[in-house]
Design a binder for this molecule. Structure first.
Ligand SMILES: [Zn+2]
Length: 308
């Protein structure tokens, strides 16, 4: 009996990267149950806390196995162990070595930021794929909820596609800025991150594959939003295909020439932009030229943006 429990605990500890001698666990359990007459369950809990305390591991990480599945919308407090079935909507640039991956996942009820800590050594996820996440912990940062992965987090890819629900934004306004990171960019072949100076935050120096995107700031006179145009939308809107963009860059011997051309086309013009709002971004799904209310509005919008 004690031996079985000791073996269970040992394998659970080693899953968590903790190497505890089986005899140690066994003798502790044995002492508590046989010498002091402590009930088995109680003894087990006591031994577990002792090791967790010594190794500075939060109790939740050990007991996290029971996390219950929830919907994104229902996440309303910190420190809860939950499970989610969600789609990876976006991976963001991580600014810290301690973060393996950061981005946005979502289910039918909404979207939430996730952080995959490097020290947890969890597998990486891919944009656009759906997963069952078990044993993630809710947290909040700057007033927003997020989920963190940890050593116990289980990530299992699933075949079904999840229709991510989010508030769809539909605004008509002037483009008042085209931000850096627009135009011809390169992405990592393994994780799809945008490369910075030929380097992936996760995979270091890589060859990368070309992509086209625009990060535009759109202003409808009341609110200012960052809109992200993927390759498809960018090509449709500007008439510049990825191949054409590569040619422009080659001929100019300068990839940033592409941004110049795009900026010239879009800047100051009115567009109707539709797409899910994700954090501060609109992920543009539809975009078309719109008629400005008046010329003055555009000039005001640009003047305002430049004054910021
Ligand atoms: Zn990468």
């Amino acid at each position: 009996m004690v031996k079985d429990i000791a073996e269970q605990l040992k394998s659970r500890f080693s899953e968590m990267g903790l190497d505890v001698p089986l005899e140690d666990i066994e003798s502790k359990l044995d002492e508590l149950t046989n010498k002091f007459g402590v009930p088995v369950d109680e003894a087990k809990r006591s031994v577990v806390s002792q090791y967790l305390k010594e190794s500075n591991i939060p109790r939740g990480e050990f007991y996290g196995k029971d996390s219950s599945p929830v919907k994104v919308r229902d996440i309303s407090s910190e420190g809860q162990w939950v499970g989610l079935k969600a789609k990876v909507i976006q991976l963001w640039q991580s600014e810290s070595d301690s973060i393996a991956q950061v981005g946005l996942i979502g289910d039918e009820t909404g979207t939430i930021k996730f952080v995959n800590w490097a020290k947890s050594a969890r597998p990486l996820v891919e944009e656009g794929k759906c997963y069952v996440f078990k044993n993630v912990v809710t947290d909040s940062w700057q007033g927003r909820f997020q989920v963190n992965f940890n050593k116990n987090t289980e990530i299992q890819e699933i075949e079904e596609d999840i229709e991510v629900g989010s508030s769809v934004e539909d605004i008509t306004g002037a483009i008042v800025d085209i931000q850096s990171g627009s135009g011809l960019i390169k992405r990592c072949e393994s994780c799809n991150r945008a490369l910075i100076k030929g380097s992936c935050g996760e995979h270091g120096k890589v060859e990368g594959k070309y992509d086209l995107r625009v990060k535009a700031v759109i202003d409808d006179g009341k609110i200012v939003r960052d809109a992200i145009l993927n390759r498809e939308i960018t090509e449709k809107l500007t008439g510049i295909t990825l191949d054409a963009a590569k040619k422009i860059a080659e001929e100019a011997l300068d990839p940033s020439k592409v941004v110049d051309v795009i900026t010239e086309q879009l800047m100051g013009h009115y567009y109707r932009v539709k797409g899910p709002k994700v954090g501060r971004y609109i992920l543009v799904e539809e975009m078309e030229r719109a008629v400005p209310v008046s010329d003055g509005d555009i000039q005001d919008a640009i003047a305002m943006a430049e004054g910021l």
